[in-house]
Ligand binder design. Structure first.
Ligand SMILES: Nc1ncnc2c1ncn2[C@@H]1O[C@H](COP(=O)(O)OP(=O)(O)OP(=O)(O)O)[C@@H](O)[C@H]1O
Length: 250
């Protein structure tokens, strides 16, 4: 089982410090973790710090993995290269390996990720011709193809329609259940978080304000503190918890 823990982590852009001391107890792999918080709260910054792209003090502690097992899917993924979808996924797989020969197992990995995300029909298409949602799915395939043990995904479903959102989140849930990987998804849709993420980390103003089991973290008082809205949690007709937002906090 893979784990990830933050111990008094600091994150800086040059001299500008965003996080002074972010602590998150060990997150276990095998289920999805959400990272939530308002715009500019520091979600992408925390991802970049965990991925080693930003400096700062404190410790990012991996259990059963190291930085080379981590893949970070940023919010905006450039896709202007003159490549087909298939080629771009191979490129992502071979990155950092220092060689271009392909083994049968690697070809199978590419096929498997195309099937898992149900985008095999896009394999021969040029990246530049894809729609926004298709690009997001391809970016996800590029991230997953090397079977990372730690996965950081910044708003991975923001460009997807409702059906695709469900499909992709289910695929990610299956992936982490199979591999024991840690997967942290920055998400704005709190209903999606409640339906699919076992654990939630909430951040605001460069601080971790709560972390733990999702339904214990996403309380009406925390939602009011984070977003300035009154909200309540109710069960939908299928028994899943849902966040109903009543409006701006009174
Ligand atoms: N390259 C940068 N240089 C300096 N400051 C930055 C840089 N990138 C982000 N910031 C600042 O860091 C803070 C946190 O930004 P971040 O992108 O982490 O927020 P976020 O929670 O991911 O936001 P959103 O939900 O809007 O995507 C913001 O105040 C932002 O202006």
């Amino acid at each position: 089982m893979v784990t990830l823990e933050l111990d008094r982590v600091e994150a800086r852009y040059g001299r500008k410090t965003i996080y002074h001391s972010a602590t998150v107890p060990p997150i276990s792999g095998g289920t999805l973790t959400a990272l939530v918080g308002p715009n500019a709260a520091g979600k992408s910054t925390l991802f970049r710090r965990i991925a080693g792209q930003l400096g700062g003090g404190g410790r990012v502690i991996f259990g059963g993995a190291d930085l080379s097992d981590l893949r970070y899917m940023p919010q905006d993924t450039g896709m202007n290269a003159a490549l087909t979808v298939y080629e771009s996924i191979i490129l992502a797989l071979k990155q950092g390996q220092g060689g271009w020969s392909l083994r049968v197992a690697e070809l199978k990995a590419v096929q498997s990720v195309l099937t898992r995300l149900q985008i095999a029909d896009l394999a021969g298409r040029q990246l530049a011709e894809l729609s926004g949602g298709q690009r997001q799915l391809v970016s996800m395939a590029q991230t997953l193809v090397s079977r990372p043990k730690v996965l950081l995904m910044d708003e991975p479903t923001s460009a997807l329609d409702l059906f695709r959102q469900h499909e992709v989140i289910d695929a990610l849930r299956d992936y982490v259940a199979e591999t024991g990987a840690v997967a942290i998804l920055a998400l704005h849709d709190l209903n999606q978080v409640m339906r699919t993420c076992t654990t939630t980390i909430a951040v605001a103003g460069g601080q971790v304000v709560a972390s733990g089991p999702t339904l214990e973290v996403l309380t009406p008082s925390l939602i009011r503190q984070l977003y300035g809205v009154d909200a309540r949690v109710e069960a939908c007709s299928r028994g899943c918890p849902m966040m109903i937002v009543d409006g701006a906090a009174a």
